[in-house]
Design a protein around this ligand. Structure first.
Ligand code: M6R
Length: 357
């Protein structure tokens, strides 16, 4: 039920701080330690390489997951689009672990891969919002994202829930390997939840930005580097599927290798810079597009020369920034679709779960 909300999407965006807190509770035991099935921990420890398989928004969460697992747990990870992997399997490592990320647990492309790799005898884990689903039943192990039912076609809370679970998994694996971690993941998720809350109070501002930047434009670009690039891909998917604005997420440095030719007077370009090592490079990329007439909307983090930026996210651990930076992006996509008269919860040509190949 969407209650007093005009759309499920808006309700689901706003539920995200609650979902974070719910995940913290569900993944803690009575001694405040992380609760994780011993077999899952062992399966990750045994892997010499992890293959994340997913589609759409879940694939975008998988890109963030790769960064987290590699940086926190030091295990190499490849994230693959399910429908590509299905017919173009790369050379696998000796002891791979397959992680399927799927909100619905019913995505046919991902299931196709699951069936194939099970036949090859590989270990499988599904991260899903629907524990009784096909991918959950057919994989050896399941981790639940506890986001509650997601009804809007555009995935929002499932994305941040998937990332939160991947963070917990990364840290637990690191600890089991004896890698020293200088932060508490549950505390970081709590900090992210509080940072999300701040944007719930800034809806009017975000609505105005959607109006200013996206009411009439035929296209929009999102640029970021590293973790921010992955969020840009998710932000652009969100915008295009519900507002029908042609949108693309790009690696900041890649734009000048071709796509910058599309920048015209007034083209909106959203820049995201929350990562210490690359934020200045991204600002440089924004200057390049502004010089060609782009209409810039800069999003950054506290402490990163943010004085002139349109949106500033509160300071959070760099690996957890996607949980927060995606929130204004989701709101902006929502309001852009609304202003353009689109059917926000049920965009054209799309189904909530894609159960055919
Ligand atoms: O249920 P899944 O997570 O497996 O679904 C994958 C995609 O179909 C899904 O994320 C889709 O891209 C959403 N419409 C994105 O908002």
């Amino acid at each position: 039920e969407k209650g007093t909300y005009p759309h499920f999407m808006l309700k689901e965006i706003e539920e995200q701080p609650f979902v974070m807190r719910n995940i913290i509770t569900k993944y803690k035991d009575e001694n405040e330690n992380i609760k994780l099935d011993e077999n899952i921990r062992q399966a990750v420890l045994d892997a010499d390489r992890i293959y994340i398989i997913a589609a759409g928004t879940s694939f975008n969460a998988g890109l963030v997951g790769k960064e987290m697992i590699e940086k926190i747990a030091h295990i190499p990870v490849e994230t693959h689009i399910a429908s590509e992997f299905l017919y173009n399997m790369p050379i696998l490592s000796q002891n791979p672990l397959f992680i399927f990320i799927s909100q619905s647990g019913e995505t046919a492309d991902s299931r196709g891969v699951l069936v194939n790799v099970k036949e090859l005898g590989h270990t499988t884990l599904t991260i899903t919002n629907v524990p009784g689903s096909t991918l959950s039943r057919e994989a050896e192990y399941t981790l639940h994202t506890y986001a509650g039912p997601e009804i809007a076609v555009a995935s929002t809370k499932a994305y941040t829930a998937q990332i939160a679970v991947l963070a917990i998994l990364s840290v637990e694996t690191a600890r089991a390997k004896g890698i020293e971690i200088d932060f508490d993941p549950m505390q970081q998720l709590g900090i992210a939840a509080n940072a999300m809350d701040i944007f719930m109070e800034k809806k009017d501002e975000l609505e105005q930005m959607a109006r200013d930047y996206l009411s009439v434009t035929p296209n929009c670009f999102y640029i970021g580097r590293g973790m921010d690039y992955h969020v840009c891909m998710e932000a652009s998917l969100k915008l295009k599927e519900i507002s029908y604005i042609q949108a693309e997420g790009f690696a900041g440095g890649e734009l000048k290798h071709g796509t910058i030719a599309l920048i015209e007077e007034g083209t909106p370009v959203v820049g995201l810079a929350t990562q210490e090592s690359v934020h200045l490079n991204l600002r440089g990329n924004m200057k390049e597009v502004v010089a060609r007439g782009a209409n810039p909307l800069m999003i950054s983090m506290e402490g990163f020369d943010e004085a002139d930026d349109k949106i500033v996210i509160p300071r959070v651990n760099e690996l957890f920034t996607p949980l927060v930076s995606v929130i204004p992006m989701q709101f902006i996509a929502y309001y852009a679709a609304l202003h353009r008269g689109c059917d926000v919860d049920k965009p054209r040509n799309l189904a909530k779960s894609v159960t055919v190949e």
